[in-house]
Structure formats: structure tokens, C-alpha cells
Design a protein around this ligand. Structure first.
Ligand SMILES: *Cc1c(COP(=O)(O)O)cnc(C)c1O
Length: 400
């Protein structure tokens, strides 16, 4: 996983090295900007046309701030290349990226197949706004694999995937799902936020459209909201049309922050991967912990698929405690020094968040009784993080 590829699994060495270089160089043209290393923030709505002829022909690179600026172009060029797709559109949040991706393809009367472990606000979008537009959502088991073909009807427009699943980290067999979708002539969309464009290459596995909540690892510093949707050559015109139709326009500052985050994405992810896995093993050995859900653990049910398809793991996973009272759980999480409690993830800082999948899963009811906690391992020293959790477990025991 280091730059010389020494720790990288053999078959991935080349692409990992390319990504490390690409994250540093893509989307930068210093000598278009007086030699300054970074593409500057272009703030702007109006773009002037020098002549009537230019106004009519629109033959100039930029025509209006909502469409594109040199700053947004730098980021879309980089993300499209890293994901391995044909073109990228940017949105003002990850959820807006999900919405734009879905709206690009659905029509009234369509059915969409949605993974039951999807990011919860995506589920809400389907159950409210899409439902009102006459689009029916059918939720499916994340482990369905090739069995997805039995759910495809003439009304099915697309299959939406997210792997590993939000909160519970089930790994999907994306190539098998994509093969069935291709056979039926329907689209495959994927929320690829967990792996980022570096650790899963969606288009090599049959995905047509890949979504990034760039808010997470690409921005990487918990200081901006941004989304990106990348399509293959067949999907790209649909994305372009929805962008024009609904005006998905990211903030200029946010776009810059994503470009800045991108420059260190490779080195940050190496740390998230290594320390996340180290912490997963440490938690697995704790008597207070019933189960750890992390696909890079050999014991994880998704491990075989993860090692086949992914190039690394990020710092986000979950674990289940042996059942404890609310008071004992509060004693654990309320006084952690380094782990913060809050939504989002992908920044440099460690986070912990209790969750309960029983409240929303429909296709695959959640039967686990222990308290579930999602954890994000940030860039801190791993021994300091373990000490923080160890002290928390001691408080929890004292309060039990
Ligand atoms: C956070 C997240 C989103 C939404 O991103 P926002 O920028 O917060 O709107 C979408 N998908 C996944 C998997 C996420 O974790």
C-alpha cells in the first residue's frame, strides 16, 4: 500500500500507484494560472461573450456559472478519471447526487430495485419524492447477487446498489448484479462513497453510474458538503441532461475544498485502512463486543467478495456490543475524549454513533439484539484511540 507498492497485493500494485499520482496531478494546469500550483476558485454567475457571434454560437469554454467553471472542471476531470467513468457532474451534497442520479433515469410508472441496506436518506427520497412522481421502490436483500434477476420485471428501470451497506457493511456481489441487469437491459447505479474512487472501481465491475458523497473522504476534513455523479459513456448524456434540467450547482468554495482534499486522499485512505482494520481486530478481541462488521476481517461474511473486488477498506465500520442498558451505553459514549458523536464521516477525526437498523429495514429484518455502534477511525494515533475506547468500556462496566 505504500508508494513503491511494497505492501500492495500484487495484482493491484499498478493501479494503486497510478491513483496516488493521479490524485496529486489530475485537474491541475498551473501554467494556465500564472504558474500557481492550485486551480483557483472561480466565483461567478455571468460569463461575458465578446461578440454577438460568440453569444449565438456559444463557442467559448464557459457560458454561465451554473454550468461549469475552471474550478468545477478541474474536479469533474479528476473524479471521472479516478472512478474510471466517462463524465462527472457535481452537486451540492451527496444526497443531491443520489437524487440527480435517480431522476436522470426514472419515469412515472417505473419500478426501481433498491438495496435494503442503502443510506437511510436515499430510502426516504424513494419513499417520498419518487413515490409522488409515480416511481415504485422495491427493496432487496444486499446478499441477493445473481438472484436479482427474479425481481426484474418489464417495469424495472434500474438497480441501485451500495456496497458495503450503510451501517451494517454487507458486501454486495456487484458483478453478478450488473450481469443480470445488463441481460435485462436496465441500469446499475452504485453509491460508492465508502470505498471512494480509490478502493472500488465501479466501471470495471459493470456499474453504469457511480455516486460519491464527496462530503466524506474526498473533502476529507468535515468542512464542506459536495456530491459527484459519474457515468459511463452510455449514462453520461443522461447525467448532463439532468444537470441542465435541475441546475445541480456546487458552491465554488466547496469545489475548491474537494480539490484540496483530493490531493491527500491516497495517503489519508492508507491510514484509515490500516488503523480501521487494526481497531476492528482489537474490538473483535474485546469481551464487551459480540460482533464486528468490517469486510476486511477474514471472519467477515463479506470478506471473500471484498478481497475479490475492492482495493482497500476505508475507516468506517460497525460493531455490536453484548446487550447493555442505555445508562451503560451512555457511560461508554458520553465521555470519550477523542471519538466525537455525530453524523457524517470521512474526515480526519474519529467518530462513534449508535444506530438501530430495526427501525427501517424492510426486505431483511434486523434481528440482532445487542447495541449497534458505527465507528469511524480517523488519523489519530491508534494507541490513543484504543486507550480512549478502553476507558469507555471500563466506564460501561462500572455503570452496568
Ligand atoms: C453521507 C452519505 C450520503 C449523503 O451525503 P451528504 O453529502 O451528507 O448529502 C450518501 N451516501 C452515503 C453512503 C453517505 O454516507
Amino acid at each position: 500500500m505504500s508508494d513503491d507498492g511494497s505492501e500492495a497485493p500484487g495484482k493491484f500494485t499498478r493501479s494503486r500507484m497510478n491513483d496516488a499520482t493521479d490524485t496529486v496531478h489530475l485537474g491541475r494546469r498551473p501554467f494556465d494560472n500564472n504558474g500557481f500550483v492550485n486551480t483557483p476558485v472561480y466565483r461567478g454567475s455571468t460569463v461575458l461573450f465578446p461578440t454577438l457571434e460568440k453569444l449565438i454560437s456559444r463557442e467559448q469554454p464557459y457560458t454561465y456559472g451554473r454550468r461549469a467553471t475552471p474550478t468545477t472542471d478541474a474536479l469533474t476531470e479528476a473524479i471521472a478519471r479516478l472512478e474510471g467513468g466517462a463524465a462527472t457532474i457535481l452537486t451540492s451534497s451527496g444526497l443531491q447526487a443520489v437524487a440527480a442520479a435517480l431522476l436522470a433515469f426514472v419515469e412515472a410508472g417505473d419500478t426501481i430495485l433498491m438495496v435494503d441496506t442503502v443510506y437511510q436518506p436515499t430510502r426516504k427520497l424513494c419513499d417520498t419524492a419518487l413515490k409522488r412522481l409515480g416511481v415504485t421502490t422495491v427493496y432487496y436483500d444486499p446478499l441477493i447477487g445473481a438472484g436479482i434477476k427474479d425481481l426484474i420485471t418489464p417495469k424495472t428501470r434500474l438497480v441501485f446498489t451500495e456496497s458495503p451497506g450503510s451501517q451494517t457493511f454487507e458486501v454486495q456481489d456487484i458483478p453478478a448484479i450488473a450481469a443480470a441487469a445488463k441481460e435485462a437491459g436496465i441500469w446499475v447505479l452504485m453509491d460508492n462513497t465508502w470505498a471512494s474512487p480509490l478502493y472500488f472501481k465501479p466501471f470495471e465491475h459493470g456499474v453504469d453510474v457511480s455516486i460519491q458523497a464527496a462530503t466524506k473522504y474526498i473533502v476529507g476534513h468535515a468542512d464542506a458538503m459536495l456530491g459527484a455523479v459519474t457515468g459511463n459513456a452510455r449514462a453520461a448524456p443522461y447525467l448532463d441532461r439532468i444537470k441542465e434540467a435541475v441546475g445541480t450547482s456546487p458552491g465554488s468554495e466547496e469545489t475548491y475544498l474537494a480539490l484540496r482534499g483530493l490531493r491527500t486522499l491516497d495517503v489519508r485512505l492508507e491510514r484509515h485502512h490500516a488503523h480501521g482494520l487494526d481497531m476492528a481486530r482489537w474490538l473483535q478481541a474485546r469481551p464487551e463486543v459480540r460482533r464486528v462488521m468490517h469486510p476486511a476481517l477474514e471472519s467477515d461474511p463479506g470478506h471473500a467478495l471484498w478481497s475479490r473486488d475492492f482495493l482497500g477498506a476505508s475507516g468506517l465500520f460497525a460493531f455490536i456490543l453484548e446487550p447493555v442498558s442505555q445508562t451503560a451505553l451512555a457511560a461508554f459514549v458520553d465521555h470519550l475524549e477523542l471519538f466525537g458523536m455525530g453524523y457524517s464521516w470521512g474526515g480526519y477525526e474519529s467518530l462513534i454513533l449508535p444506530f438501530d437498523p430495526r427501525s427501517y429495514r424492510t426486505a431483511t429484518p434486523w434481528t440482532e439484539t445487542g447495541n449497534a455502534l458505527r465507528i469511524h477511525i480517523g488519523l489519530e494515533n491508534i494507541d490513543d484511540l484504543k486507550r480512549d475506547l478502553d476507558a469507555g468500556f471500563k466506564r460501561m462496566a462500572a455503570a452496568s
